[in-house]
Write a protein that binds this ligand. Structure first.
Ligand code: ATP
Length: 449
């Protein structure tokens, strides 16, 4: 059971990324989270939520509310729900004083409050902040008889290392309950089509003891979750999951771009970076980008991947026509066909390739909206170009483009354009013919999306 405390979570001011992190890590450890709860900074609400959580599940992880302010009530709530008293932990007090003195400050009374803990709990050292975490084993009336409660600090930079160092070694997954999860990330195929290809694998009523397959779509990338949950030992569970993964890979072929934790367009960017890096034996291939309506978003997605400097040379943000021209795009073609056109996209990719010296160049030009659309070029119209040093096909030369009509708001259009550009390169590097496969939101030659 995962609890996030804080008014900012309840009011939507802050995205609850801690719950996501905790749920992913629990799954990695073979523990299936049963519920996530958000609780405001109020003592009765926190105490009630902790009590209910302990009755429901043998493991409870709560984030936030360990700081020095009046609104930080997690330690009081833990003491109250377990009928315990708060005592000063001298080691924690010394650690807080030490951390503050290294920053040239003295501990205030308020900060000292963070060194209190319920008498039957232990403090978990915080290497990156002043508030220690807490661990308590709370007796409960439910069938599991006791619940392990871990209270972790809210800031993700403190919570994550505390999870790895302090919580992970203390977890006791049920040896008779095995959970194995595998994620595959799929591009260039619609969700319904994916389900059809996978056939019975995605049925919820598969015989018990077989892994279940679920699909979620995020940012133009589908994530296939293969999960075994049952009483088989770990080795057998891995074998069953391997078997389903291999069936899925056979059905989906090169639509499977990546595997492993994560979701969305970032997974495709990671896959493209890895493919460009190659196997280490050959020299990596280099990529450049020329962006108009995405204003650097594609470059940002690529540079977010550690190690991308080995393959990403950089890019050009040519928003105004004047900058497109100074990159080398033909002024006459720009005037005749407009900034959002096949000719401009192909010119941008070809010029970007030339100017950067890269092996590939992706270009994006379109109308992200909400204004700027016309009858012939509605909002969402985006041309994406790909140029390759080795040429794309004998008949088409070094640069090609594809036309998309994306749905959604400005953010959706821009993000989907970036993901589609990466998908074009992914399939090109997988050896597909130019234009194949037809991608989501792509408009065919007859003009239908
Ligand atoms: P501090 O010592 O900084 O006060 P704390 O344990 O009291 O830590 P909170 O005050 O609840 O934690 O939150 C501190 C900050 O941590 C929040 O402002 C927010 O930036 C981040 N944070 C808290 N909870 C979450 C969450 N569930 N997901 C992501 N970030 C969070």
């Amino acid at each position: 059971m995962v609890i996030s405390s804080g008014d900012e979570i309840i009011t939507g001011q802050l995205l609850d990324t801690n719950s996501r992190f905790l749920a992913e890590r629990l799954m990695d450890s073979g523990i299936l989270p049963v519920e996530h709860v958000g609780v405001p900074d109020e003592l009765p609400a926190l105490t009630g939520a902790l009590r209910r959580a302990c009755e429901m599940a043998p493991l409870v992880v709560i984030s936030g509310g360990l700081g020095p302010t009046e609104g930080d009530l997690t330690r009081q709530a833990l003491a109250e729900m377990s009928a315990d008293a708060l005592v000063l932990d001298e080691a924690a007090e010394r650690a807080i004083a030490g951390m503050l003195s290294r920053r040239g400050r003295e501990m205030t009374e308020r900060q000292r409050r963070q060194a209190y803990r319920p008498s039957r709990s232990v403090c978990l050292p915080n290497a990156y902040g002043t508030a220690p975490g807490l661990h308590a084993v709370v007796p409960v009336a439910g069938p599991h008889r006791s619940a392990d409660v871990f209270c972790l600090p809210g800031p993700p930079g403190e919570l994550r290392p505390m999870w790895e160092r302090e919580v992970l070694p203390r977890l006791r997954p049920d040896p008779l309950h095995t959970v194995v999860t595998r994620l595959l990330h799929i591009v260039g195929i619609a969700e319904a089509d994916c389900v059809t290809r996978l056939g019975d694998l995605t049925r919820r009523d598969r015989p018990t003891g077989l892994p279940l397959v679920g699909i979620t779509a995020s940012g133009g990338v589908l994530t296939l979750r293969i999960r075994y949950e049952g009483r088989a030992d770990r080795k057998e569970a891995q074998r069953l999951v391997d078997e389903v993964e291999s069936l899925a890979r056979t059905e989906l072929a090169d639509h499977v771009a990546a595997a492993g934790p994560g979701a969305g367009g970032g997974m495709l960017a990671r896959a493209v970076v890895e493919k460009l890096r190659g196997d280490g034996a050959s020299t990596p291939r280099m990529l450049a980008v020329v962006e108009s309506c995405t204003g650097g978003m594609l470059g940002e997605m690529l540079t977010a991947i550690p190690g991308s400097s080995a393959v990403f040379v950089g890019g050009f943000i040519t928003y105004a026509n004047r900058l497109k021209e100074s990159l080398g795009v033909d002024a006459e073609a720009l005037r005749r066909h407009g900034a959002v056109s096949r000719e401009t996209a192909e010119g941008m990719a070809a010029c970007g390739l030339e100017r950067s010296g890269a092996d590939y160049c992706l270009s994006i030009t379109g109308i992200a909206g909400p204004e700027g659309g016309t009858a012939t070029k509605p909002v969402g119209t985006v041309h994406i170009g790909l140029a390759a040093r080795a040429g794309l096909a004998a008949s088409t030369g070094a640069s090609r483009s594809r036309l998309f009509l994306f749905t959604g708001d400005r953010e959706d259009v821009r993000r989907r354009a970036c993901v589609s550009a990466l998908a074009m390169l992914h399939f090109h590097m997988a050896g597909r013919k130019p234009g194949e496969p037809r991608l989501l939101w792509e408009v065919d030659r007859a003009g239908t999306a």
